[in-house]
Design a protein around this ligand. Structure first.
Ligand SMILES: [Zn+2]
Length: 161
């Protein structure tokens, strides 16, 4: 899905905002910078958007807390838990999103989702990491704190009654 250029150009100050969000891919060899821009999102408020294509698995060094939630996210945590990576191939203009279930197990988290994807859970909570489909989908792609919770449940498939 590609957002038409008109949407970006129509936003006042969009170009200036983009400068503050030059991100880098990884810190070792592939230092191709991925430039993202912050602008209005159909999901909620403002979001971060890729300004160029990003291949699945490429690291995207952005702060997860700046990202909108989607139940069908474009980013997920890297297997080593050090940061975020593209969860599929992305086109320029796509919003960078993360499934909050992969980032937070906060029991107070409650987000009404309007991502409108066919995977939408509508209410996103800090318990969603316990959903078997969520665990399967993001296996190895949770934030370290959440991954350890997932691993613990998988390590004890039956609780004693
Ligand atoms: Zn959703």
């Amino acid at each position: 899905m590609v957002v038409p250029n008109g949407a970006r150009d129509g936003l006042p100050g969009g170009r200036a905002m983009a400068r503050g969000y030059a991100a880098r891919l990884g810190r070792r060899r592939s230092l191709r910078p991925v430039v993202v821009e912050r602008r209005g999102s159909v999901i909620a408020g403002r979001g971060l958007f890729a300004t160029e294509g990003i291949a699945r698995g490429e690291r995207v060094d952005v702060d997860a807390e700046l990202l909108n939630h989607s139940c069908d996210p474009t980013l997920a945590w890297s297997a080593d838990g050090a940061g975020l990576e593209a969860f599929r191939d992305l086109s320029a203009g796509e919003e960078l999103t993360v499934d909050y279930a992969t980032s937070s197990a906060d029991p107070d988290m409650l987000v009404r989702c309007h991502c409108e994807t066919y995977r939408c859970r509508q209410m996103v909570t800090g318990d969603d990491w316990q959903i078997p489909q969520v665990q399967r989908r993001y296996a190895g792609h949770f934030a370290p704190s959440v991954q350890s919770l997932v691993d613990r449940t998988l390590g004890q498939p039956h609780s004693s009654s």
